[in-house]
Design a protein around this ligand. Sequence first.
Ligand code: DC
Length: 219
Amino acid sequence: MSYVITIDGPAGAGKSSVAKILAKKLGINYLDTGAIYRAIALILNSAEIKSDDELNIREALNNIKIELQDGKIFVNDLDVSSEIRTPEADKLASEYSAVPAVREALLNLQRVQIFHGSLIAEGRDVGSVVFPDAELKFFITASPEARAKRRFEQRKRKGLSANYNEILNAINSRDDNDSHRRLSPLKVPENAIYIDTSEMSQDQVINKILNIVAKKELN
Ligand code: DC
């Protein structure tokens, strides 16, 4: 029997890295829902369709084909996996993901991923809206300062420009957007296990989750 594990939480809490590693260790699929929102936002923006233009957004979404394959994301057969990781894409994804037409269109695309087998889905509403019946739900968070520090160090390691205060401001503003939108705001899903990672290493978070998964005896 297939099962679903969900991980929700704010930007920069380390959900993606943790979910990716857990998926490998558990031998199940990884669903990065943020990547889908990012890709859609980029496409709508490059088509010059504004986020308040629901009519044209609906029309455009009917003609967009999104595919997830081996950790890559394709829009109308075009690989946009690196384009979606820019600060510009961060902002656009947060803006367009508040649009009801966008959320409706993406709901089914996320749900059908279960037909490919068990999965660990990561995002902002995967435990509350997309997979409310998931076998295990987690909410991973950390203080804005801890998240900004991690992102700052990550960019430095990659040799990219980094300014701590700018990163912290961007995180606070994304948190605000994601938590206060009318549809599917970021919140702790019912029955989710809450993990504050501010003082934890990535290994500690992974081990904690693996222990909980083992006790649950999924499969
Ligand atoms: O997790 P991320 O940073 O890649 O997500 C990018 C944006 O997409 C984020 O600002 C909120 C939105 N998002 C969402 O609304 N619902 C999800 N399930 C995943 C992401």
